[in-house]
Write a protein that binds this ligand. Structure first.
Ligand SMILES: [Zn+2]
Length: 282
């Protein structure tokens, strides 16, 4: 298996744009390629098992520029392959994004994911050494903030504050194509991860409010996230539902289970088919 077309699952998301998915240990992680003529931007870089830059190049020509919605390891994996990386300043240090830029708690996750993937019968591209697989630092960091506009040819991409899941998470709003790239605003299977050290449940609720306002203003009709297929139209009511769930947790109306996870003791709330993980104290 090669590290490009064999490894990534590729789909069109809208005219000239693509979703590239790599699945490791049963978890899909999405990168997105946005193009306009000679201009290209990649949003998030998934696990980094594959050669994302080369795969994007085969689809649309060489892509040098990356935007990281946030810097959790499963979004920055192939980031080192790109020349420039836009990221919120709270999620980088000394001009780099590293696996531990936010917190030590992510160190060791890549190797563990690969080991579990192989133990479950999964395979890897031929060039990948499972013994040494890791997430290298991302350099060429260029700070960006909510409210900034990234120009991509004739396209205008607005950055939106989606803090909560991580402190500097940014969404990319493409009003012309009705798309919002939302990182992990909604996690895989529409669950919510609010249990890492830098998560902030109150800021998370504010981010949902902002996104619901944009949806009400018809700024977008499809939400593209890191670990889900597209969420569109009436399915976007999940935003209200999840906002309400977080509010009920903050208000003390829910009783959690205390569970042991790879990140230590956490609280788990199961509400109407959704699983929400939080820190023991919200
Ligand atoms: Zn994340």
């Amino acid at each position: 298996m090669n590290r490009t077309t064999d490894w990534y699952e590729t789909a069109s998301t809208t005219a000239d744009d693509y979703r590239l998915t790599e699945t490791l240990n049963g978890v899909p992680s999405n990168a997105y390629l946005l193009t306009d003529g000679e201009a290209r931007l990649v949003v998030d870089s998934a696990f980094g098992v594959g050669d994302l830059r080369e795969t994007c190049g085969e689809l649309a020509g060489d892509s040098a520029r990356l935007l990281l919605t946030h810097t959790h390891w499963d979004h920055i994996g192939a980031g080192h392959q790109f020349d420039r990386a836009h990221v919120h300043p709270t999620e980088s240090a000394a001009g780099e994004v590293r696996i531990d830029s936010l917190s030590e708690e992510f160190v060791g996750r890549p190797k563990r994911f690969v080991e579990e993937h192989l133990a479950a019968g999964g395979s890897l591209p031929d060039e990948v050494d499972s013994e040494t697989f890791d997430v290298p630092p991302v350099t060429g960091v260029e700070p960006v903030e909510a409210g900034d506009v990234i120009e991509l040819g004739d396209r205008r991409l607005e950055l939106v504050d989606l803090a909560g899941h991580s402190p500097g998470q940014l969404g990319v709003l493409d009003r012309d194509r009705d798309r919002l790239y939302g990182g992990d605003l909604v996690h895989g299977d529409r669950n919510l991860y609010v249990h890492f050290r830098d998560c902030d449940i109150r800021r998370y609720i504010e981010s949902f409010e902002r996104v619901i306002e944009l949806r009400e203003a018809n700024a977008f009709s499809t939400l593209l996230t890191g670990h889900n297929p597209p969420i569109a139209d009436e399915d976007l009511s999940v935003l209200d539902t999840l906002r309400d769930h977080l509010e009920s947790i903050v208000d003390g109306d829910r009783t959690p289970e205390t569970i042991e996870t790879a990140w230590g003791e956490k609280h788990r709330y199961r509400i109407g088919g959704t699983e929400i993980l939080t820190k023991p104290s919200v």
